[in-house]
Every structure is written in structure tokens, then in C-alpha cells.
Design a protein around this ligand. Structure first.
Ligand SMILES: NC(=O)c1ccc[n+]([C@@H]2O[C@H](COP(=O)([O-])OP(=O)(O)OC[C@H]3O[C@@H](n4cnc5c(N)ncnc54)[C@H](O)[C@@H]3O)[C@@H](O)[C@H]2O)c1
Length: 276
């Protein structure tokens, strides 16, 4: 018996990285998946976003566990599109139990970060986009009458005043702090329906978001900030988490083991947020 056997999870940014890791592990633990991803680049982001082939790869990996997965190419800024996709998918799979608002961009590297539009893009994708993902899911969670679990992916940048003040980084920091506010308010209003809401705050994760040329160039040009990026705990993987490390924490939060965890900012950061 899997830890989320028979449940259905809705995941944004599911084509690769952490979103794919969550989808595949939840499927391994018995859940069916509804997921979307933009599968296109963003002009304010200095590295490539996902492709449709990435989304197909996620589908294949989930299906290997004999679970169902429904996907669509969708932008997290398209509130009406998300609602319509979710409504038809829940009708097909019969229920909804888990929501993971994971899609994100890092408009904090490259020359793009100095554009004012990079600030607005960060907020549109990672704050408004989280609202667009969770809001249409709430009626489905309530309708099941079995409660549910929502996890919003923030960052250590959602707990600390990170960065050097460029608009892109300010957008990232604002959005990642903003979702903590959404989480706290939803946790309060949804508690009576047994729906739990938490944020996760990872330190650097080895995903295409930071394993790319633009991030490497940013680090090379800003060697002086390297020390401020160090995690206290020694880590084998070049000081980075693996996507599966974040998935492990999320699995705890959405499974029976996390049944009394709500309204929490949960760090997966090797001590980064606690360092002086
Ligand atoms: N990688 C890190 O170091 C790190 C650290 C802390 C938090 N995070 C957060 O973790 C989450 C997952 O990131 P990841 O590390 O898997 O990176 P990733 O780039 O591999 O995955 C992010 C996914 O979101 C998708 N996406 C981007 N814009 C979208 C949009 N407008 N609509 C729909 N989908 C969109 C991308 O196409 C991509 O598939 C993000 O919210 C990110 O901010 C990442």
C-alpha cells in the first residue's frame, strides 16, 4: 500500500525538475496525476524552460508505475485555462486530494534581471500563478469531503532578504515571500474542511533552473557572493539538494504522516535559513 494510494494530485511545472520528481514519486506511492507546464521559453528568463518532450517524458515515467496522468501545455498565468483543464481532469479521474504549486522561473541571472519587466514576470508566474493553481482546486478538495493537502513551493528567498536589489531578484523574493501569506491565510480558512496548507523552502536544487550556462556565468561574475550561498551542512552534490530531497519532504506533508502539519514554512535547506 503506497503512502498516497488512490489519491489524485494536481501539479504545476510538471515537465521536469522538482515537478517531475514529485509526479513520479507520488505515482510510485499510488496516486494519479494531473499536471501542466508552459513548455516554452520566457523572454525575461536567461535560460531555457521546458519543452513538450520533457512533459512527454514525465508522462512515460508516471505510466511506468501503472498510474494515470493527464497533462496539458498551459501557462500558469492563464487562470481560465487552468480552471477548465482541472475541472475536466477531476471529472475524469473522479477526485482531487493534493495540490502542488511548483512552477517557477529564476529571473535572477543574466542581463534580463535588470529589466523592470523581470520583476513583474516573477510575481506573475510565482505569486499570481500560485493563486491561479490553488484557487480552482479548492472547490474540488472540499467536494471530496475527505480533506486534502496543498503545498506551495517557495524558497529560502521566501524567508530571507536575498539578492542585490535588481528587479528580477526582487520579483523572485517578493513572490516567494508572497506565497507564505497565501499559505497562512488559506491554512486558516481551510482548516475546518481538513485541508492543510504549507510552504516548502528549498536551498539550491540540482535542476535545470540552476544547472544552466546563465547561472554558471552569473556565479563566475559574482564570485564574491559565493560565500553567502553556502549551506552549513556539508552536501555531497556540489552543495545542492536533489529534486528527490524536496519530494521526500512534500511526500511527508501530503501523506498521513503529515496530518497535523498545516500553516508551516517547512525548510529543506541544509541549515541555510538559520545561518548567521
Ligand atoms: N532549483 C532551485 O535551486 C530552487 C531553489 C528553491 C526553490 N526553487 C523553486 O522550485 C520550483 C521548481 O523549480 P525547479 O528547480 O524544478 O526548476 P525547473 O526550471 O527545472 O522547473 C520549473 C518548471 O516550471 C515551468 N514553468 C515556468 N514558467 C511557467 C509558466 N508560466 N507556466 C507553467 N509552467 C511554468 C518550467 O517550464 C519548468 O518545467 C520553482 O518554484 C522554483 O522557484 C528552486
Amino acid at each position: 500500500m503506497g503512502r498516497v494510494e488512490g489519491k489524485v494530485a494536481f501539479i504545476s511545472g510538471v515537465a521536469r525538475g522538482q515537478g517531475r520528481s514529485h509526479a513520479v514519486r507520488l505515482a510510485e506511492e499510488g496516486a494519479d496525476i494531473i499536471g501542466f507546464d508552459v513548455c516554452a521559453d520566457n523572454p525575461d528568463v536567461a535560460y531555457p524552460l521546458s519543452r513538450e518532450e520533457d512533459l512527454q517524458e514525465t508522462v512515460a515515467l508516471v505510466e511506468k508505475h501503472d498510474r494515470r496522468i493527464l497533462t496539458k501545455v498551459l501557462d500558469v498565468r492563464d487562470a481560465a485555462g487552468i480552471r477548465s483543464f482541472l475541472d475536466t481532469s477531476v471529472a475524469e479521474l473522479g477526485r482531487l486530494d493534493i495540490v502542488l504549486a511548483n512552477a517557477g522561473i529564476m529571473p535572477t541571472v543574466g542581463e534580463e534581471r535588470f529589466r523592470e519587466s523581470a520583476f513583474h514576470e516573477g510575481v506573475a508566474v510565482m505569486l499570481n500563478g500560485v493563486f491561479n493553481t490553488v484557487e480552482p482546486a479548492i472547490p474540488h478538495l472540499k467536494a471530496g469531503g475527505r480533506g486534502g493537502s496543498i503545498v506551495l513551493t517557495s524558497s529560502t528567498a521566501g524567508l530571507k532578504g536575498t539578492g542585490q536589489g535588481d528587479p528580477g531578484t526582487m520579483g523572485y523574493v517578493a513572490a516567494k515571500h508572497g506565497v507564505v501569506g497565501l499559505m497562512r491565510a488559506w491554512a486558516n480558512v481551510l482548516a475546518k474542511d481538513l485541508i492543510r496548507v504549507n510552504t516548502v523552502h528549498p536551498t539550491g536544487v540540482a535542476s535545470p533552473m540552476i544547472l544552466n550556462d546563465a547561472f554558471a556565468k552569473y556565479v563566475e561574475e559574482n564570485m564574491d557572493i559565493l560565500d553567502t550561498l553556502q549551506n552549513p551542512l556539508p552536501m555531497p552534490n556540489n552543495g545542492m539538494l536533489l529534486p528527490s530531497d524536496v519530494t521526500d519532504t512534500i511526500l511527508h506533508l501530503v501523506s498521513e504522516a503529515g496530518r497535523y502539519v498545516t500553516g508551516s514554512t517547512v525548510t529543506v535547506d541544509a541549515g541555510f535559513s538559520n545561518r548567521v
